[in-house]
Design a protein around this ligand. Structure first.
Ligand code: PMP
Length: 418
């Protein structure tokens, strides 16, 4: 590996590889090693690397029409129509560039619509890097110890004083506590934001009835329910998690998978709320919002995802991998669970069930996770080195990739046991 690159790099710490390029389910590093990639650029490469149809759509956009933005285009209208057709709760949509921006717009809109200022968010969820919702350590849970991760909330170094003042940060999967807080303070709360499946604390599923309770309670108190589908959107189905769960949030945000590897995001929902954008009350800016390249990529990506059988085979392969890993670990009696839904999941090394970030911070072993990650990585299986992150499966992963991954996992599990 190039030593200048190594010494000037300030990126992710534990990564010992510099990427040369990717194709399909594989990444190759500058030393010529190839990996089966379950990191997928943190999720966007839902079709795998360099999906030919997306590449062709982008190249033809550039060659035939140029990188149009700042004025509406037919391509943009087509994309918005596809989003509205795919996701049940979307009545109107605006495009932007990143998940962070989409979240910022949604919370700004909710505050303008309700005239209230507070936002409820949940411990351990990540909704982007804007100061208003960002995470850092939770001072009350530091006792978690060196083998554990700190609980994430929006307070701490790097954030200006007062940034967290308008935030109420609650543990997830606790409808009783939410009901109490809304009863007491609902009149001050503009919005509640949550992921439908917790994907930024490893992977944690909503307990039965939890999201329905969130929907019902927020509606009762006039709080705008924002669903952050940046990871789950166009990954758990064309209609996102909300399509799968039959959930109807007031506003939703999407990014990552919708661009097939190109930066694009969307925010949308109820027409009466979105009307504040259309009439200029709330501004959504961004020079590159809805730029032609990203729109072309998203149009091509959604067309591919909409094809018959796409999600069925994605889920089939993902389930086979998840269940296979679960079996290997349980046969070896390693305290663990493999939690997730379809193409997004995480391996927890813990003997306790994990239902929210507090449980994860207290019980999940980072040491065992790290040994697992290193064993897999050394043998060419790439995923995020954090015990609080996810494995992503793409449409490009083949049955053969899954078989190879399980065969390698068998060796690594034997090492963990020994
Ligand atoms: N919301 C969620 C749930 C995310 O996972 C992320 C990114 N990991 C974001 C928002 C922010 O998206 P972006 O990185 O595109 O700004």
């Amino acid at each position: 590996m190039n030593s200048t690159a190594r010494s000037t790099w300030s990126g992710w710490d534990p990564y010992p590889l510099f990427v040369q390029g990717g194709s399909g389910s594989r990444l190759t590093d500058v030393d010529g090693n190839t990996y089966i990639d379950y990191l997928l650029g943190l999720g966007p490469m839902i079709l795998g690397h360099r999906p030919p149809e997306v590449t062709r759509a982008v190249v033809s956009m550039i060659e035939d029409r140029g990188t149009v933005f700042a004025l509406p285009t037919e391509d943009e209208s087509r994309l918005v129509a596809k989003l509205i057709a795919a996701v049940p709760s979307l009545e109107q949509v605006r495009l932007c560039n990143t998940g962070t921006e989409a979240v910022l717009y949604a919370t700004r809109l909710a505050r303008a619509f309700t005239g209230r200022s507070k936002i409820i968010r949940f411990e351990g969820m990540y909704h982007g890097f804007s100061d208003g919702l960002y995470w850092s350590k939770h001072p009350d849970l530091d006792e978690a110890g060196p083998d554990r991760a700190p609980v994430a909330v929006a307070q701490g170094p790097g954030l200006p004083r007062g940034v967290g003042d308008n935030l109420i940060i609650l543990p997830w999967n606790d409808a009783g506590l939410l009901a109490e807080v809304l009863e007491r303070e609902g009149h001050d709360i503009a919005a509640l934001i949550t992921e439908p499946v917790m994907c930024n604390t490893g992977c944690i599923l909503p307990e039965p009835g939890y999201l329905e309770a969130v929907r019902e309670l927020t509606a009762r108190h006039g709080v705008v329910f924002i669903l952050d589908e940046v990871i789950t959107g166009f990954r758990l189905g064309l209609g996102g998690a909300q399509g799968l769960f039959g959930l109807k949030p007031d506003l939703s945000v999407f990014a990552k998978g919708m661009g097939g590897g190109f930066p694009i995001a969307a925010m949308g929902g109820r027409r009466d709320i979105m009307a504040l954008v259309a009439d200029g009350t709330v501004s959504m800016a961004g020079t590159y919002a809805a730029n032609g390249i990203a729109v072309a990529a998203a149009n091509a990506t959604l067309d591919i995802l909409a094809r018959q059988g796409t999600f069925e085979s994605l889920f089939e392969r993902s389930d086979r991998l998840r269940e296979g890993l679960e079996r290997l670990l349980s046969d070896a009696r390693i305290p663990s669970s493999v939690v997730g839904l379809g193409p997004v999941f995480q391996v927890w090394f813990s003997e306790h069930p994990i239902r929210n970030y507090r449980d994860a911070a207290r019980h999940a072993s980072h040491t065992v996770f790290r040994r697992w990650w290193e064993g897999m990585m050394e043998r060419g299986i790439l995923f995020h080195p954090g015990a609080f992150e996810n494995l992503f499966v793409s449409c490009a992963h083949s049955d053969d990739d899954i078989d190879q991954t399980l065969a390698i996992a068998r060796e690594v599990v034997a090492e963990l046991k020994g």
